[in-house]
Design a binder for this molecule. Sequence first.
Ligand code: SAH
Ligand code: SF4
Length: 359
Amino acid sequence: MKSAGKTDIKSLVFAELLERLRNLGEPSYRASQITDWLYKKRVDTIDKMSNLPGPLRQRLSETFTLGKIDLVRVLGARDTTRKFLFRLADQNLIESVLIPASLALYGAKSDRRTICVSTQVGCAYGCKFCASGLEGFSRNLSPNEIIDQLIAVERATDEKIDNVVFMGMGEPLANLENVLAAIRIINAEWGLGIGARHITISTSGLAPQIRKLAEEPLQIRLAVSLHGATDEVRNRIMPINRRYNIETLLSACDYYKAHKKQHLTFEYILIADVNDSGKQAHLLSRHAQRLSAKVNLIPYNTVSGLPWTRPSERRQEEFLSILRSDRVPATLRREKGHDIDAACGQLRLQTEREARVAL
Ligand code: SAH
Ligand code: SF4
């Protein structure tokens, strides 16, 4: 994040840091020393970088910020999903979710932990079922605020994170530049060292940005939040569909697939009497077949103040079996601890509502 015109040192990729150091007349090995302090030893002040000469530390402190995010609340226990609420330097709240191996999807192996990170404060896309969009959009997160979610959760839990999904608050493709900078740092050996195949971006369907992402060399995974197999259903719950309808979205996905030679995932929240009919299931199969995509079915988590509910378990299984009979690889998240597993955005909303009542 920039404060008073300063860049945060954790928002720079290696080449940028090198360039800045050269401008300060420093040798190039200083860049490795600094990234080592930031991402391996994880110091919280520039002053603690004890193998740098004092004048350089002084100079770096004048040139850059080294921000941090403050953990304000944790919900959940070790063997379930845990949610972490953070306060940013400007007092805005964001949240991250840590998903244990037993629940993890997206390429996660059995001993792996996945973190779901936020990319924006609030969200401008206003999907009708989502807590993140309810209070509107405040701002984009900077690369360091995204990375700090991983670092802070690892510090708080003493557990190593192996998978990252950009499925928290916000629309990652609407903050593409900062998200890509964060991903480069998360992925790099000099950074957090998490493989690109263990990083997934989820989008509600920003078709032009999907095409842009297709041209990026990073082999990250893409999940598309479909949630409806026809424009009629999607228009009802996702305003973005009026800008980029299903055909526009799917043809951007075709383009992505042709460039990346990689499997896509469709996310499909099951909402009772909205998108859970047999007809929607068959049409969803067709879209998935066109793209050789996998489908993740997610029973809807109720959001207080919103009218939607999840279908009965029987209905969920029926929907899944239609996809399976159409030979579409599909999973249904049958999670427990429904209250805590509530999707991202809800803890923040709840905390802000409580704060308002307390005033
Ligand atoms: N903006 C991006 C990423 C953040 S949302 C996107 O929409 O894809 C991450 C996922 O959580 C999306 O698939 C979103 O539709 C889903 N989601 C939002 N609210 C939910 C809820 N109440 N229950 C279940 N999933 C929800
Ligand atoms: Fe934004 Fe995604 Fe929520 Fe839609 S589902 S409002 S795009 S965070």
